[in-house]
Design a protein around this ligand. Structure first.
Ligand code: AGP
Length: 615
């Protein structure tokens, strides 16, 4: 997720762009840049820098740039680490662009452009947009607008982009498909940006654009077209929104926003790696990973916190899907035992930030034994990625809330993708089991939309849990890590003590805790374990425990509901490997609602940091 902005009018474009980018920084902040058409020379001047907007502003001091048209970008890297070369804007010939989204077919477009004689200065997917526009303007003699429209028709994926065309300092072009884009207008000119916060300092007259819209901005106004050049009607409306609320997209907290972003985060993570046509998995470092996966005899997962819970799920998936022995370690414990590890081991580190000190140290420790390494990380170019032989990036976008949510579910999706990739290497016959999992993964984002819709009824559970002294979360098999994750979410943002437990372990101690003051949240998947969970629930109910159940709707008609607790929320049935994601989302929301009820600092809970960079 990145922030883009464009301006054309009577004001100094640099001032407008920087002011707007500061309000978009929450969308991405690893590098930034602007481009304007200089009033004196008529040239496009492009200034980029690594780091936050502040660094870019300092670089601009003393440059005395003067222009009334320009574009700007603050980046959250998805393709190519945060370097000045990868920072937007990107330029080719007369075209300069800033882009938010993912060009899913950028690799094939880039290869085709290279075969047409083009060379690339960056590792980004975005650069193909301006190269394509330049190609069409030169080889098909199209005007700027037509060339950009034609280029966009080649693109698969999501984009919100703003183009500058050197030859015309009176026009900007914008386009939208699956990434947000709004336009604004004031007496001083016309604006376009990723979303409303960037424009509130200049205007409250906002035009919300739709997928497929192509806009042409002049100092006097905005014209809207479809990609075939047909006029489209859109209108400006006056918005009444305070800037801080706007940064959260109207949500009360970043954590809530990020919980609801999960379908989009999953789609952005799954689609670039998994072909919808033939279910083939395209991972970076594919050749290396193929060689390693063909040769290894053991896999280790290392991680901390929520990422450790993802690693636990990975064990279930990899052992049953690939029949490879898997060990899972807390990173902080891994280096103080003597693991049986060698050059036939693959160590997979999982981390949202890529900066967790324990995880970095554990990975270095593993490398000392000659192990192969791969990391699953959300922050492009972070330390862990530079320590690893291979990286599979999640595309969750910046996760601002300290409690990890969208990063967690995209880690699980990345694990499934790695599992599918490995299956394709290790198993000759592409049985139906592969296709079923791949298709289920592609359907997952829309299933998660449904999960979010059903999770509204969780609000009925909130009061009883918010007054509890302690809560128990019970799950079995692949949902046991999700019981741990649900407990961690509640602990870290509501400050209520909570424990996740393997339900079968109840009778070995924890059942002594059960009384009417103890909320017990039970996770029930379909299959043979449903009956086991039913017995566990009845044991709790028999001792007066206050049971709350999240259950797979597939067991709804098996006489299950009568004997269950009074409070049950039925969740959509999915492939068993995907059920952790389906069950995690309501538990995130439950923790969120309870924390809000208790008035804690949801986005920045006491004592915690978003990335624990000390051991
Ligand atoms: C999870 O909600 C916490 N923020 C914390 O447990 C986190 O998962 C852990 O610190 C690991 O962080 P990482 O994924 O960035 O390595």
């Amino acid at each position: 997720m990145c922030g883009i902005i464009g301006y054309i009018g009577s004001r100094n474009a640099v001032d407008v762009l920087i002011e707007g980018l500061k309000r978009l920084e929450y969308r991405g902040y690893d590098s930034a840049g602007i481009a304007i058409i200089d009033n004196e020379t008529g040239d496009v001047v492009r200034i980029r820098s690594v780091g936050k907007i502040k660094t870019l502003s300092e670089k601009l001091i003393g440059m005395n740039l003067s222009g009334n048209i320009g574009i700007g970008h603050t980046r959250w890297a998805t393709h190519g680490p945060p370097t000045e070369e990868n920072a937007h804007p990107h330029t080719s010939g007369p075209f300069t662009v800033v882009h938010n989204g993912i060009v899913e077919n950028y690799a094939e477009l880039k290869e085709w452009l290279i075969n047409q004689g083009y060379s690339f200065e960056s590792e980004t997917d975005t650069e193909v947009l301006v190269k394509l526009a330049e190609y069409y303007s030169k080889n098909e003699l199209l005007d700027e607008r037509q060339a950009i429209m034609k280029a966009l028709k080649d693109v698969k994926g999501s984009y919100a982009a703003v183009f500058l065309a050197k030859s015309d300092s009176r026009k900007l072009y914008g386009c939208k498909h699956e990434s947000p884009l709004v336009a604004g207008i004031s007496d001083d000119g016309v604006y376009v940006a990723s979303d409303v916060p960037a424009l509130l300092p200049f205007t409250r007259k906002i035009m919300y654009l739709e997928d497929g819209d192509f806009i042409e901005l002049t100092p006097d106004g905005v014209q809207v077209f479809d990609l075939n050049g047909n006029a489209v009607q859109r209108r400006f409306e006056v918005v009444d929104m305070n800037p801080v609320a706007a940064e959260k997209g109207g949500f009360r907290h970043f954590m809530q926003k990020e919980i609801y972003e999960q379908p989009r985060a999953l789609s952005d993570t799954i689609k670039p790696y998994l072909s919808m046509e033939n279910y083939k998995v395209f991972l970076p470092n594919a050749a290396y990973l193929s060689d390693v996966i063909s040769a290894i005899t053991k896999i280790f997962f290392i991680a901390c916190g929520t990422s450790f819970h993802a690693a636990m799920v990975g064990k279930y998936v990899f052992e049953s899907f690939l029949n490879i022995p898997v060990e899972v370690d807390l990173a902080s414990e891994f280096r103080y035992r003597v693991p049986v590890i060698d050059d036939k081991s693959l160590v997979i580190a999982i981390s949202q930030s890529g900066e967790t000190a324990d995880t970095k140290s554990a990975l270095s420790f593993a490398k000392s034994f000659g192990a192969h390494t791969c990391s699953i990380v959300n922050v492009v170019g972070s330390s862990l990625t530079r320590l690893s032989d291979a990286v599979v990036y999640t595309h969750a976008g910046p996760e601002i809330g300290v409690a990890s949510t969208k990063a967690f579910v995209t880690q699980l999706a990345a694990l499934i993708l790695l599992g599918l990739f490995s299956y394709g290497i290790l198993k000759d016959d592409k049985e139906d089991v592969y296709s079923y999992l791949a298709e289920s993964l592609l359907q997952l984002p829309s299933v998660c939309e449904e999960v979010l819709r059903r999770s509204d009824s969780l609000r009925n559970w909130v009061h009883e849990i918010s007054v509890a002294k302690s809560c128990l979360y019970l799950g079995r098999n692949i949902l046991y890590p999700i019981a741990l994750e649900g407990a961690l979410k509640l602990k870290e943002i509501s400050y209520i003590h909570a424990e996740g437990y393997a339900a079968g372990e109840m009778k070995h101690g924890p059942i002594a805790l059960i009384d009417e003051s103890m909320p017990v949240i039970c996770l029930v998947q379909r299959g043979i374990l449903a009956e086991k969970m039913r017995s566990n629930i009845e044991e709790v109910v028999a001792r007066g425990g206050n049971v709350f159940v999240l259950a797979d709707e597939a067991i709804k008609d098996s006489g299950f509901s009568e004997s269950l607790a009074k409070k049950v929320i039925w969740l959509p049935s999915v492939h068993e490997f995907l059920s952790p994601i389906v069950f995690a989302i309501p538990l995130q929301l439950l923790a969120y609602y309870v924390a809000v009820e208790r008035g804690t600092d949801v986005d920045q809970p006491r004592n915690l940091a978003k990335s624990v960079t000390v051991e």
